[in-house]
Design a protein around this ligand. Structure first.
Ligand code: AMP
Ligand code: MG
Length: 407
């Protein structure tokens, strides 16, 4: 009995539980979500400092300065980045200053080097400077006491940088889930092995591994299980320590589709098998010894699309991220799409924003084994179950699968 994609996703998300909180080294938090609210106990930057290499001055002293009629100030001192701001700039003087150096006492602005010229002990100022110019104020990035991040914030490179500037060498996150990946099939050959007639490369392990990594989870490859129950059981058992097991292939209706039999024999609880979608109809889902087990179909695009639509949101939930899904937008079709009614279709598309609206066109042949059109796609257009034709100019919903993560 096929179920609807929406229902399948609900079942998956209901079973996906947020993992326990762990304290990790700052860099080990990349790709995870914060399990604490982070407030700043300091101003960032901590002191007023120069945004330029140049001269710290009193703005009033530069009034009416021009290239052909410069104002000359006495260079009283030099302040370098990392120095202290004990230096004073009284009227008529300037201090040579480097980017990031503290602004000297009484100076209220910095003129960049390019607008000056040194003349012995003096500096010629070629233009007027406004008070406050080229000064980065203490706390202008983050003020002391400010809420910097909410729990659930995804940690990317910029968050790592901010946490570092707050001095956080360790942070609380939701533990990183381990995802075991098993490919099945007698036809599969590992990379580096000769490709005999009738064989194909195992590509799914690799695309899945990459998808798991991109969600911030920890992938472990269990390798290839051949199409016999014993091997499938053996290989699956190696995934016992993981939080999630993802298998590919062997869940359809063929004589050698044995993953379901093995899962049943192991005592796993089948939550659904068969989803009214294309690609990915044979998708199966079990709960087993506290783990989620996804039986993805073997066709490379079906594998990737099922991961994208079901496994990814589950992993994001487990890892405590507040946003589970890709952005969904309405887009105008550039060309018509025909399909059989009866299942939701995920069509690989290229999305572009033009004149204030999203426009999409198919990336080519949509066979569920054709990875090239997946690689060209930055979106999956959702063509509803009972629709058999969407005309050019009509709107469709699109999942943007190639977007930087929203936080
Ligand atoms: P199955 O679901 O096992 O019937 O496989 C469906 C199709 O996907 C077959 O053409 C398989 O050869 C192919 N396939 C299965 N597993 C993989 C894999 N790991 N890498 C690439 N193609 C695969
Ligand atoms: Mg197979």
């Amino acid at each position: 009995m096929m179920i609807e994609p929406k229902e399948a996703l609900e079942i998956v998300l209901k079973e996906a539980k947020v993992l326990p909180i762990a304290e990790v080294e700052l860099l080990d938090s990349l790709g995870l979500a914060l399990a604490e609210d982070v407030n700043s106990d300091v101003d960032i930057p901590p002191f007023d400092n120069s945004a330029m290499d140049g001269f710290a001055v009193v703005a009033q002293d530069t009034e009416r300065a021009r290239k052909d009629r410069p104002i000359r100030l006495v260079v009283a001192d030099t302040v370098t980045a990392g120095g202290t701001n004990k230096t004073m700039v009284v009227t008529g003087t300037a201090a040579r200053i480097m980017t990031g150096a503290p602004v000297p006492l009484f100076a209220d602005s910095v003129i960049q080097k390019e607008d000056t010229e040194v003349d012995g002990e003096l500096v010629c100022i070629f233009r007027e400077v406004k008070p406050g110019e080229n000064i980065r104020r203490a706390g202008e990035d983050i003020a002391k006491g400010e809420r910097v991040f909410e729990s659930g914030t995804e940690i990317g490179p910029a968050e790592i940088g901010l946490l570092a500037s707050l001095g956080r060498s360790r942070v609380k996150v939701f533990r990183r889930p381990t995802v075991a990946i098993m490919s099945t099939g007698n036809e599969l050959v590992e990379l580096g092995e000769p490709l005999e007639p009738g064989k194909i490369r195992n590509s799914n392990t690799y695309s899945l591994y990459a998808q798991v990594l991109a969600c911030g989870a920890h992938p472990v490859s269990l390798g290839i299980a051949r199409d016999d129950k014993e091997t499938i059981r053996e290989v699956l058992t190696k995934g016992a320590d993981s939080d999630v097991i993802v298998t590919t292939g062997g869940v359809s209706v063929g004589d050698y589709d044995l993953v379901k039999d093995v899962m049943t024999e192991l005592g796993a609880e089948l939550r659904f098998w068969g989803v009214a979608q294309k690609p990915g109809k044979p998708l199966a889902f079990w709960t087993f010894e506290g783990k989620l087990v996804f039986g993805l179909p073997g066709n490379p695009v079906a594998t990737m699309v099922c991961f994208e639509e079901y496994v990814r949101p589950a992993l994001r939930k487990m890892v405590g991220k507040s946003r589970l899904f890709r952005p969904e937008v309405e887009a105008t079709l550039e060309e018509e799409i025909k399909k059989k009614s009866g299942r939701l279709h995920y069509v690989r598309v290229r999305v572009e924003r033009r004149d204030g609206e999203y426009r999409v066109s198919s990336t080519g042949p949509q066979g569920s084994g054709i990875l090239k059109s997946m690689s060209l796609a930055n979106g999956l257009a959702l063509i509803p179950k009972d629709v058999s034709l969407v005309k050019a100019g009509e709107k469709v919903k699109v999942h943007l699968i190639d977007q930087p993560e929203d936080h």
